[in-house]
Design a protein around this ligand. Sequence first.
Ligand code: C2E
Ligand code: MG
Ligand code: MG
Length: 386
Amino acid sequence: MDCTPISLPELKAALANNQLAYYYQPKISLVTGKASGAEALLRWVKPDGTVVLPAEIIPLAEQTGFIHDIALAMFPKLVADLFIIHDIKETLTISFNLTALDFETPEMTDLIRAAVQGSQINPKRLQIELTEASILNSGNPAIRENLQALVDLGITLVMDDFGTGFSSIDTLSQWPFGVIKLDKGLISRMSENPKSTAIVQSSIRMAHQLGIDIVAEGIETQDIYDFLMQAGCSEAQGYWMGHPLPIAEYLAFIKKDSRWSGLPVGLIHIAQLDHIHWRKTLIDLVVNFTPDETDSKVKRVLTEMNHTQCRLGRWIYGHGQEFKGHTAFDQLEDPHRRLHAVGRMLLNAAKRSAPHNEISDLLRMLTKESSTLLQLLQELENQAVV
Ligand code: C2E
Ligand code: MG
Ligand code: MG
């Protein structure tokens, strides 16, 4: 292997000569066990067939600012690849990596916006992976504007390498990320370090509480895959399921339509916890009622009074749909609607300071619907395991 570091003129020539390409690493849905998309990863494929990895390209490109030229020049190639991928399966979501540097000026955002507005890409099927370090290191306000414009178009931002920095959680609350991607280092340390396992589990729980998806990268064994599935992680990527592949091989991979396990017991368990949390927050609010609707807790409860907006509701009408056809799942909708109707009655009763016995009657009705729901979720969990 040639170990001489590459130079900027070489890299420029590679881009000009069309030698940079994206390889696609499969992502698998842990809910269905089927391919759900891919991450596009940069490769320099030399005329003699040798492949140069990002570790040799990205640092040089970042230091010189050439990374931005690469991103702009590669985007039309990505769009062309997406066309072919979506011809085979239009539900696949493709992510690609950018740095905060790409958003200091509006060109990248404009390019993506033009592709969306020209119907060349469906924004729901495109994700942008950013590492938090790249955002934290820059204090430029244009970055926020340009990223927000993409989120407004319907594109999802993924926080890459989650768990490697110091302020991941803080960054998450300040930037419009829709997906967290657990770092491969954290995932690989799980086998020898119980603390890493606890961090992974609580990150999954946190993502669910925030209502965002969570992907794990670097899955190299079935054990890790199974663990993440049981823990309620939504998607997985790693050598165990598939390496980064040239586009033609990736297309063959999709056509094969392979299946991994998809046993979303973890997701059912989290749905149960979500429901208990909703009930507790509502009861808390009713018992200690203050009519301050600007209070963030009150605001959240009010949004979650709609049966499609609470976390359990989002699950029922989202990932949970995978269970359609299971008796316990099909029976969830009615008690869940009734539960929300009682919840609204309770809030109204609290607002007009209704007598105690009226409130306790409603609380009893709420608890009844809630235990029906929990029982159904438990049955579903039992049915799904067998
Ligand atoms: P990343 O975005 O975190 O991508 C995941 C990296 O982990 C990829 O390395 C992938 O090949 C590798 N990987 C995937 N599964 C496994 C596994 O099971 N075990 C192990 N040990 N590794 C696994 P790759 O392709 O060498 O890319 C390295 C990094 O370079 C990427 O990390 C990303 O930060 C950056 N990068 C790649 N393409 C681009 C690009 O087009 N633009 C920019 N700005 N950065 C890029
Ligand atoms: Mg990435
Ligand atoms: Mg990563």
